[in-house]
Design a protein around this ligand. Structure first.
Ligand SMILES: Nc1ncnc2c1ncn2[C@@H]1O[C@H](COP(=O)(O)OP(=O)(O)OP(=O)(O)O)[C@@H](O)[C@H]1O
Ligand SMILES: [Mg+2]
Length: 300
């Protein structure tokens, strides 16, 4: 265990080694290791019930772990230190408290918990809720409640922000606005750990992602490189003269394209519908999570 911790940079915002969490006989987190560097946006992806929220809540200090080493900004979150709490911001997967307060009152109330809060109205505006600042939170729509959650996470001007499905229920415009907010957090040097089921969101925002399945990480890396072997990174497709769809994979599309087009021209043909693509994160995700399913069935 210590060796694995030593392998992580001491200055990482988050480091996790051998993390386990059992609910009775069910092991929801079954040995997870990862590290998040300061200033990084890290995405946790995975199917419903994979163990994402459990992992995030352990890092937030909201759940006890069964085993493993965890460091958040140098602290053990299990010790629930006041200093750590003042340096992190949290969007929970589900909230809905303070229904009788207005948006501004709720944000101002949260501001009192932190030593150096951001400006209340500026934070409400950053979350895209300026028009609803005077509205009681119980009158907000689902997406607006989520924006309020966002404002509450940012009001303390945290170094590290946990966002558990921050944009679920957002309309497309609000989602893009939230992405801008998350990007501006990164520009400010903040660290962000987010979970999401929107793979385009992970691809757009995360420097690195981990895919978690049945409590284990099945792949980890920058979204563009995840689970993709360099030798098969590019896919070239075209329709052959006989109408069949042809496909080749390669590490070097320049060379392969030159060969394919030269051969076609020599035959007096065109490569109809020619395309060069890289697998999207969604394709990789579906493949990896499906493979894990098959593996489980084989073992069982
Ligand atoms: N308090 C609890 N008591 C018992 N089991 C729990 C508890 N919380 C979560 N679980 C179980 O642990 C597993 C992981 O749950 P978790 O909420 O971490 O998943 P998740 O990856 O966040 O899923 P989702 O994408 O649906 O939010 C699930 O099987 C869930 O039923
Ligand atoms: Mg969850």
């Amino acid at each position: 265990m210590m060796d694995r911790m030593a392998a992580h940079d001491r200055d990482d915002a988050i480091s996790v080694a051998g993390l386990r969490k059992a609910y009775g006989a069910h092991e929801a987190v079954a040995g997870v290791d990862f590290a998040v560097a300061r200033g990084e946006v890290f995405g946790l992806l995975g199917p419903n019930g994979a163990g994402k929220t459990t992992t995030v809540e352990i890092l937030e200090g909201h759940r006890e772990r069964s085993a493993g080493e965890v460091r958040v900004l140098g602290f053990d979150p299990g010790e629930r230190s006041r200093e750590l709490r003042s340096r992190i911001g949290i969007v929970l997967q589900s909230t809905g408290m303070y229904r009788h307060l207005t948006v501004r009152e709720a944000v101002a109330y949260f501001a009192t918990f932190y030593p150096r809060p951001r400006d209340v109205d500026a934070t409400i505006a950053l979350a895209g809720l300026a028009e609803k600042a005077g509205a009681r939170t119980r009158t907000l729509s689902g997406g607006q409640v989520r924006r309020l959650d966002f404002a509450l996470a940012l009001i303390g001007d945290p170094e590290l922000v946990f966002l558990d499905e921050p944009t679920t229920g957002f309309d497309p415009v609000a989602r893009r606005a939230a992405w801008e907010t998350i990007r501006s957090l990164r520009d400010l040097g903040k660290t962000v750990l987010l979970t999401t089921h929107y793979l385009d969101e992970a691809q757009a925002l995360a420097d690195r992602v981990a895919i978690i399945k049945d409590g284990r990480i099945v792949a980890e890396g920058p979204p563009a490189e995840l689970g993709v072997d360099a030798a098969t990174r590019y896919r070239i497709r075209w329709r052959a003269a006989d109408g069949a769809l042809e496909e080749r994979v390669t590490a070097d599309p320049t060379e392969l394209l030159a060969e394919l087009t030269a051969d076609a021209l020599a035959r007096g043909e065109r490569l109809e519908e020619l395309s060069v693509t890289r697998p999207s994160l969604e394709e990789v995700y579906l493949e990896l999570t499906a493979e894990a399913d098959v593996a489980t069935e084989v073992v069982a």
